[in-house]
Design a protein around this ligand. Sequence first.
Ligand SMILES: Nc1ncnc2c1ncn2[C@@H]1O[C@H](COP(=O)(O)OP(=O)(O)OP(=O)(O)O)[C@@H](O)[C@H]1O
Ligand SMILES: [Mg+2]
Length: 381
Amino acid sequence: MIFPDAMLGMLGGGQLGRMFTLAAHSMGYRVAVLDPDPLSPAGAIADVHLKAAYQDREALQQLADTCAAVTTEFENVPADSLRWLASHCTVRPGGDAVAVAQDRSREKAFFTACGLGVAPYAVIESAADLAQPEVTLFPGILKRARFGYDGKGQARVASVDAARKAFAAFGADTCVLEALVDLACEVSVVVARGADGTTRVFPVAENQHRNGILDVCIVPARITAELAANAELAATQIAERLAYQGVLAVEFFVTKDGRLLVNEIAPRPHNSGHYTIDACATSQYEQQARALCGLPLGDTKLLSPVVMVNLLGEAWQSGVPDWQRLFENPRAKLHLYGKHEARPGRKMGHFTVLGDSADAALAQALTLRAALCPAFALAPA
Ligand SMILES: Nc1ncnc2c1ncn2[C@@H]1O[C@H](COP(=O)(O)OP(=O)(O)OP(=O)(O)O)[C@@H](O)[C@H]1O
Ligand SMILES: [Mg+2]
């Protein structure tokens, strides 16, 4: 086990890295962040900020020399950097598991091999792959196999012709064409697997998206106990099959006919797990630190129903949100990420509201959002 005040390394300096750093600091660890952005949210509070590229050998060497263990906060960190680091220090999760999460076609093949349902799809490697009669996949979504996030690198396509155009616009890089699923709702599970192979799942979150970006997250998810148990089981199976070490998020679709389909995984804490900071016995970030350090995992019990609302750059469009309204609510908690420029679609922060039930927390959260930033709250989905 790695104890405080060891130095822990973090590849990536965004908000997930920042919240990890806060948790690690409160446990007494030191943190070194690698992120080329001089204004990175995690770099600003870390003990050490290495401002270099993720493949930069000198920076990686410095992490290897100074850190007891290294983890990541985003899936597009080069898997080879993780593999190189692993020959010098403890790295969790490993490069191989991250490589699966980096590629939608590998990911889907892996879910299928686990016996889990996925949306009907085809891998598109060339325009010729779109010549086949895949009518059952339309209307569909063409998604780049790599480097997509927050709905970027995706196009809704109603026909083969539209799919061809979108494929060309994506530079003819490998894509998956996915049938549009008739969604009842979306849910996610954050699971942690410790160095000793023990797994613990956080309660299932229900996720509402706007423009392909997570908007509101409701916990506990308003789905049947059976579906929730299946989602937890699927997440656990995925972590086990990957021999995963660390925190992993699994996104699911729940179809109108009651099926659970795996959408994608993220090899790190997740936006839909932010609620754990304020509403669980252990946060997903403390859990990440525990798994990284080989400590026993913490209790994931939900202490109160909770709703999280993302604050995107749009919320600043008519000035700074009215924070007074938020602080007047004794069950609301504000989390800002220290980003300097509020661009549309940029995740600037979030708030959570605790409630006596998920529905009560949701009503309060939506009222609060409307009070904080009326224009953003009313923007069409
Ligand atoms: N096959 C589908 N049927 C219906 N809706 C879909 C489908 N695929 C994606 N979506 C919608 O688009 C959202 C984003 O898709 P997806 O999770 O694949 O992309 P992403 O860019 O990786 O997003 P993120 O990284 O933010 O989770 C989903 O959460 C869902 O709301
Ligand atoms: Mg997603």
